[in-house]
Design a protein around this ligand. Structure first.
Ligand code: NAI
Length: 410
């Protein structure tokens, strides 16, 4: 829905979208009345330095690096949208210290990954990959031996977050018994049962699927020892991060028939482009499904990412809400109805709120609502004030030495 609040006419808000973003992101921002320019590919630092001075909202994917130099030159920049999952390509620290929130879409592809896992489970239980390949090669591998239904089997989920929980729901719909392990206290979905620990999952599960983040704690989590705890003939699925599984240990387990197969979508080293060869110790093993990190790669996920990131940028531009920003205090603000709203980003040092309040007191301006959130070394102060007061206070706020950025919405 188009919102009315903005700091200046919407057609003056210039949006630059790079890397051929999904058309839904373009139309969403255009519908809002912003002036949108698009660019098919990524831009180099030099190219960005030339144009960034006139840009209010910048949208990129993973191939454009946003350096400190670019951010410093982006004098009008209000926010940056990473229309993808990760934000490593952006100097989010410098963005924060310039009062620029960075938004991304970490969960837009949750369902897509969960569906791939369900496909993997069925493929593994039926030995589909080898049978399909044989058929292509003219071999008729018609056999029921070792081919089983998933109904009634136990699925062990390690990491019961967004994806783990979706998999849980879908697997139960297929008649599987679900157990899970997570370091955090997670509410069990449906009839899923929380396992005592990782060993408990390994010992009970017919198939284990990993959905943990890539952290130092999960690096090399699945070792030969953990595989040793698993049932003979069980399966392992990894669509989380390449660092989580010791691939040589997994190879050994498949060669020795300890495990009856595996499906792996993520690898410690992945080719950067189609031109690079892909190698892994898991190639040419029986009943091993290898996919090129496509768990989250669907049309729907791309569309969801477009809608989610564009939506977050629009909300911030129009009403100051920063929910989901990766480098900024997160606030969800009410719609602005009868007031003007001042957004004040400042250095998080003692005494700023007192100084700001003194400015309002001296100018005899009544504050209708005030929110303050801090994150690391910055504070984000939002004040709703009467419509006639904005002009009087903006310059004094800008002049405060601790002020990083100040913007008015009306
Ligand atoms: P999430 O953050 O919602 O859930 C992760 C869960 O793992 C949390 O509940 C957390 O408490 C738990 N966890 C963390 N450390 C753990 C440990 N040591 N042992 C057990 N549980 C632990 O993340 P989400 O969105 O579910 O993503 C899961 C993984 O999937 C991530 O690694 C992500 O990078 C990956 N992913 C892969 C995609 C693909 O294309 N293959 C696409 C999207 C995400």
């Amino acid at each position: 829905m188009t919102s009315k609040q903005t700091s200046f006419p919407k057609e003056k808000i210039r949006v630059l979208l790079l890397e051929g973003l999904h058309p839904i992101s373009i139309s969403r921002l255009q519908e809002e009345g912003f002036k949108v320019e698009t660019h098919k590919g990524a831009m180099s630092e030099e190219e960005l330095l030339e144009v960034i001075g006139g840009v209010h909202l910048l949208g990129i994917r993973s191939k454009t690096d946003i350096s400190a130099r670019v951010i410093r030159k982006g004098k009008r920049l209000l926010s940056i949208g990473a229309f993808c999952i990760g934000t490593n390509q952006i100097d989010v620290h410098t963005a924060k210290s310039h009062g620029i929130p960075v938004f991304n879409a970490p969960y837009s592809n949750t369902r897509s990954v969960a569906e791939l896992v369900i496909a993997d489970i069925i493929m593994l239980f039926r030995g589909l990959f080898d049978k399909v390949r044989d058929a292509h090669e003219g071999e008729w591998s018609k056999s029921a031996s070792g081919s089983v239904e998933v109904r009634g089997k136990t699925l062990g989920i390690v990491g019961y977050g967004h994806i783990g929980r979706q998999v849980s729901v879908l697997a139960e719909a297929l008649g599987m018994r679900v157990i899970f392990y997570d370091i955090a206290d997670r509410l069990a979905m449906g009839n899923a049962i929380r396992a005592v620990d990782l060993r408990d999952v390994c010992e009970q599960a017919d198939v284990i699927t990993l959905h943990v983040p890539g952290t130092p704690d999960t690096k090399g989590m699945i070792t030969a020892e953990k595989i040793g705890w698993m049932k003979k003939g069980a399966f392992l699925i990894n669509t989380s991060r390449g660092s989580v599984v010791d691939l040589n240990a997994l190879r050994e387990a498949i060669m020795s028939k300890k495990l009856a197969g595996a499906a792996v979508d993520v690898f410690p080293e992945e080719p950067k482009s189609k031109a690079e060869r892909f190698t892994t110790p898991l190639q040419h093993l029986p009943n091993v499904v290898l996919t090129p990190h496509i768990g989250g790669s669907t049309e729907e996920a791309q569309r969801n990412i477009g809608l989610e990131v564009a939506g977050k940028m629009i909300r911030f531009t129009n009403n100051g809400s920063t929910e989901g920003a990766v480098n900024f205090p997160n606030v969800v603000l009410p719609e602005l109805v009868e007031h003007h709203r001042i957004l004040h980003v400042h250095e998080n040092v003692p005494g700023v709120l007192q100084k700001v309040n003194a400015l309002f007191g001296d100018a005899r301006i009544n504050v209708a609502a005030q929110h303050l959130r801090t994150y690391e070394d910055i504070g984000y102060l939002i004040m709703d004030i009467s419509k006639t007061a904005t002009g009087k206070i903006m310059q004094s706020l800008k002049d405060l030495p601790e002020t990083i950025k100040v913007r008015a919405l009306f």
